[in-house]
Write a protein that binds this ligand. Structure first.
Ligand code: CA
Length: 390
């Protein structure tokens, strides 16, 4: 491996790069080449939470060419958003960079440099499979093929494990004793207590023989929650939440909530997951913003929470930017997606507040603000800094 030093870019990107350096959490450089391969690549990346820039130098080790095309594969979820000194396109994890015209000719041992800027969410490992005009830059020692290899589909990332062993919260409720939540879970009625109640259920479970049951009543004073004692303040930078939930009554037209996350960026007020207009929604207590917007088009981009069956519900909450994602089973719900770019009917209102959330705790339960009662069960609940599968 050789290491390339980063080069400052004397172009409009400088401002972006300067900001990146301030936030930089890591700088790495890697190269790929082989004695019998057709090329050498130095890929120097400057990354920070959620984004990166990379300066790429490709050296032609084969016969001279009049145009070049460099390809590589991202095995993480990096996405190129712009480029300079090359035209760069991306399909899945496969990236294709072609010369900018003026820098297309490469003699033997000649090189060209270009750069990309991009984003990433959950992982950004070093790129692999560099190839120049179809000839691998890898150091395997195999002779370059005489014809370009067939295009291979991008690799599929294995789904994260459903196991949550080292996560901050990893609870199947099997260690609960008695019917009153205890140990790592405590009953709480944050506002006032009425008929809402919560208990450990030994008749309905997603795993094992126990789950958490919530009997939620109509009205503000019938709030009933069970709070994890875990402190989530240092989980991140992306907070990954996975839970299995089963409920009885379809989400009502009125606003209801069944998960709350006290949020230090809202002075302890909560991020809420619940429903409105019959579909799942996020709501922010401090300004009552909803995700999606409660327009018919926005609601249509969310999903109901099916009744009578266990559902795997997952969230990824970015604590460094006002971004979050939500999955029901394997589907990422388009209306429950905030990506920092205001989209009408989805996250335009949500992004009016630019302070990222900083959840500190997790509560499962029920609160309704007008109408809406429900009986719910929660099981196999996990919160950690890495994605957790269903
Ligand atoms: Ca269980």
């Amino acid at each position: 491996m050789s290491v390339s030093l980063p080069r400052l870019l004397a172009r409009p990107w400088t401002a972006v790069l300067t900001a990146a350096v301030v936030l930089a959490s890591g700088f790495t450089a890697m190269s790929a080449s082989g004695a019998e391969s057709g090329c050498r690549v130095d890929y120097s990346v400057n990354k920070w939470t959620g984004g990166y820039t990379a300066q790429i130098k490709v050296t032609n080790l084969g016969p001279s060419v009049s145009n070049w095309r460099l390809t590589w594969t991202y095995t993480g979820d990096q996405k190129v958003t712009s480029a300079w000194n090359a035209t760069v396109t991306q399909t899945g994890g496969s990236v294709v960079a072609t010369d900018a015209g003026w820098n297309g000719a490469l003699a033997t041992e000649g090189s060209a440099e270009f750069g990309v800027q991009g984003t990433w969410r959950s992982s950004d490992p070093a790129p692999t499979d560099f190839a120049l005009n179809g000839v691998s830059c890898g150091g395997t020692g195999t002779p370059p093929p005489t014809t370009p290899p067939p295009t291979t589909p991008p690799p599929t990332t294995p789904p994260p494990s459903p196991e949550c062993g080292t996560a901050v919260i990893c609870s199947d409720f099997e260690n609960q004793t008695g019917t009153t939540p205890s140990g790592d879970w405590r009953f709480t009625a944050p506002d006032c207590q009425g008929t809402g109640k919560a208990s450990v259920d030994t008749t309905v479970a997603h795993s094992g023989g126990k789950s958490l049951r919530v009997d939620g009543g109509v009205g503000y004073c019938n709030h009933a929650f069970v709070a994890s004692t875990a402190d989530l303040s240092s989980v991140g930078p992306v907070l990954h939440v996975r839970m299995w939930v089963r409920h009885t009554t379809a989400l009502p037209a009125a606003h209801v909530t069944f998960v709350t996350l006290p949020d230090s960026s809202q002075n302890g007020r909560t991020l809420r997951v619940g429903g409105q207009n019959g579909a799942l929604q996020w709501n922010r207590e401090v300004d009552d913003a909803t995700l999606p917007a409660q327009s018919p088009a926005g609601v249509a981009l969310s999903r109901p929470l099916p009744t009578g069956t266990w559902q795997c519900l997952r969230f990824a909450i970015d604590t460094t930017a006002p971004k979050l994602d939500t999955w029901l089973g394997d589907e990422q719900i388009p209306g429950l997606h905030a990506d920092g770019v205001p989209t009408h009917d989805i996250d335009q209102q949500w992004l009016a507040r630019t302070t990222p959330p900083r959840p500190t705790a997790l509560r499962l339960g029920w609160e309704s603000y007008g109408t809406g009662a429900d009986t719910l069960w929660f099981d196999d609940v996990a919160v950690g800094s890495s994605p957790i599968g269903c």
